[in-house]
Design a protein around this ligand. Structure first.
Ligand SMILES: Cc1ncc(COP(=O)(O)O)c(C=O)c1O
Length: 395
């Protein structure tokens, strides 16, 4: 028996591809970043509930620009630590490192796969500039305790919402709480522009700098005419169109990505409801003696079905993987981003003397956590077959 369950089904509908064809058939169109990008940014800001959005070429670029922005804005160079989760995508950690900050790692919770807030509070120091939370796999990672202490201690909150858009805290969309928030539009995410990402904020100055950082650090990208006039005057021996304010690269997206995004956004709410419905059925049917089921579903907007084995046997885990391969269920071990980032080779020379025993939950997820696909076109009958199969395994 083959179940042939992949991580993602075709995420681009015929009508969305038709809108791209219609767009490129127009006369005299611009394909590089132009009006459609602006339109997508406006629509996206409205959907998230923020004032400004900047469309970039990936979620990782959104992460990188965000931490570069913190670097530019931070005047107190003693504040050089950013608290990060041990379970996240690698670009969250690398943007911290590549911008010269020290990543301070915390453990996670099983219930939402996000940062353990008590551990965050324990690791706040005089050097803490920001907490860079990842809302993992459709769950909300925020709570009142975190928001209160960050406000009290004037520590920035940065949200990575790449895997959780549509999820809410206190009925307000994630991505609208932090000073800056990030989204990815890579193929398997809630919305796709094939490749793409977004940087969101309510702060006008941050918005203007983000636009410059997206495009070679060029002054004319800021959209602030007054600032432009002032700096052109100050730099009167430079060509006004070529004044580069910040060291950065080109992270722009293009009009085709924006046309896809504008059209995908129209079905995002409907698709998120379908994913949530699928997730609830999946959890209802899954055997709680073999798999962890106590997730915090309040405000969640599922991204993929998480599987956390209850067995602590590596032999049984290997058997589990072999059985999934036999029926052709595509899976990823380690949940978001492959498990514990502290175990990855890139971190070895950067963070030393880490005691993995202090990271019990992420360690468990690293060895016994998985995810498999959940997407809007997934039918109940297939979810029944998948859960029957999972429940039948000798775990
Ligand atoms: C939490 C998180 N952050 C960042 C990214 C990076 O996004 P991209 O693949 O678009 O660079 C991902 C990608 O899946 C992610 O899951």
């Amino acid at each position: 028996m083959k179940l042939n369950h992949m991580l993602m089904d075709n995420n681009l509908t015929k009508s969305e591809m038709h809108s791209v064809r219609k767009f490129i058939n127009k006369k005299d169109i611009i394909l590089t970043q132009s009006k459609k990008v602006k339109e997508f940014e406006r629509n996206w800001s409205k959907w998230v509930g923020v004032k400004y959005s900047v469309f970039v070429n990936s979620g990782s670029s959104a992460n990188f620009l965000t931490i570069s922005l913190l670097n530019i804005l931070n005047k107190n160079k003693n504040k050089n630590e950013i608290i990060v989760p041990s379970l996240t995508w690698v670009s969250d950690i690398n943007s911290v490192i590549m911008n010269g900050f020290k990543p301070v790692f915390v453990d996670i919770n099983f219930s939402n796969l996000s940062m353990n807030i008590d551990d965050v509070i324990k690791k706040i120091s005089k050097k803490t500039l920001a907490v860079f939370i990842t809302h993992a796999q459709g769950f909300n990672g925020l709570n009142k305790k975190l928001l209160t202490i960050l406000k009290k201690k004037k520590i920035h909150l940065i949200e990575d919402v790449c895997e959780s858009y549509g999820a809410t805290y206190n009925k307000k969309k994630l991505g609208s709480f932090g000073l800056i928030s990030n989204f990815s539009f890579y193929y398997a995410h809630h919305l796709t522009t094939i490749e793409g990402g977004m940087v969101c904020t309510n702060n006008k100055r941050i918005y203007e700098i983000a636009k410059m950082l997206r495009s070679h650090g060029m002054l004319r990208e800021s959209g602030n005419k007054q600032l432009e006039r002032k700096l052109i005057k100050k730099n009167n021996n430079l060509s006004p169109k070529f004044i580069f304010l910040y060291p950065t690269l080109n992270f722009r997206n293009n009009e085709i990505g924006a046309v896809i995004g504008i059209n995908q956004l129209k079905s995002l709410n409907k698709n998120n409801l379908l994913r949530t419905k699928n997730f609830k059925l999946y959890l209802k049917l899954l055997n709680g003696n073999k798999y962890w089921k106590n997730f915090d579903l309040i405000g969640s907007s599922n991204y993929a079905f998480p599987i956390i084995l209850k067995t602590k046997s590596i032999k049984k885990r290997n058997y589990f993987e072999e059985e999934l391969k036999k029926v052709n269920i595509e899976f990823r071990r380690g949940n978001a981003g492959g498990g514990n980032q502290l175990r990855q080779p890139y971190i070895k020379d950067i963070v030393k003397n880490i005691n993995l025993k202090n990271f019990k939950n992420v360690e468990y997820i690293h060895f016994f956590g998985y995810y498999i696909g959940n997407y809007p076109s997934l039918k109940s009958e297939k979810i029944i077959k998948i859960t029957n199969f999972l429940n039948s395994l000798d775990l």
